[in-house]
Ligand binder design. Sequence first.
Ligand SMILES: C[S@@+](CC[C@H](N)C(=O)[O-])C[C@H]1O[C@@H](n2cnc3c(N)ncnc32)[C@H](O)[C@@H]1O
Length: 239
Amino acid sequence: MGTNVKPYQAEGSKKEQVQQMFDNIAHKYDFLNRFLSLGIDIGWRKKAIKMLAEHKPKCILDVATGTADFAIATLKINPEEVIGVDISEGMLEVGRKKLADKGIKNIRLESGDSEDLKYEDNYFDAVIVAFGVRNFENLEKGLAEINRVLRPGGVAMILEFSKPKGLFGAIFNLYNKTFLPLWGKLFSGDSAAYTYLPESVKSFPEGDEFKQIMSKVQYKNVADRRLTFGVCSIYTGLK
Ligand SMILES: C[S@@+](CC[C@H](N)C(=O)[O-])C[C@H]1O[C@@H](n2cnc3c(N)ncnc32)[C@H](O)[C@@H]1O
């Protein structure tokens, strides 16, 4: 379940290709994020953290942390412990340098797979994921693992691209098909990465379909909130 769209070729493991792709683009990732989203991604993470604050989590896991932007954003709500986990060492390296440059000592970045988390059951008050679940090889397994490490009553918060409708949707699709791969290729040096992005968004479940998958793997009170005309959605669910 999820999406079978892979970055480089139809054969072979999606996980290995995703890891390779993020290792390839790691050093350009932050710049491209800001540039290609016109900085809007920062606002989405901020909005999510505002929603997260209502749960007062002290112990947070950021799954698919990448260069740690979402993990860093949680510091606003004064957690006691934050761990970021990712399969791409390249992304983590950039993240670790960012933490060191900012003098941040209370976030730990660790290598690991969302579909086989090394943390104990019922540990975290909140598990957050930004733009990560679309890349999972096995979506249900990843979501179930997140549920396993959450404490009862803990919250999972997932940000992911969704598909805007109407006129804005048409403009967005045009941007995704033309400018996004062009800019991505020009600046990242990995032409596949920025065709994979819109293709994986297109085939990934959103809205009710995504919420049904969360419910299926035992999340309660599953809800979603669409941002920026539906370009991005925030999904929440409780253990
Ligand atoms: C688009 S980036 C998002 C990074 C960060 N969360 C952000 O908001 O900028 C997706 C990240 O998911 C990671 N990822 C993909 N599959 C993963 C998995 N199975 N386990 C852990 N991380 C994974 C990739 O390595 C990559 O760093």
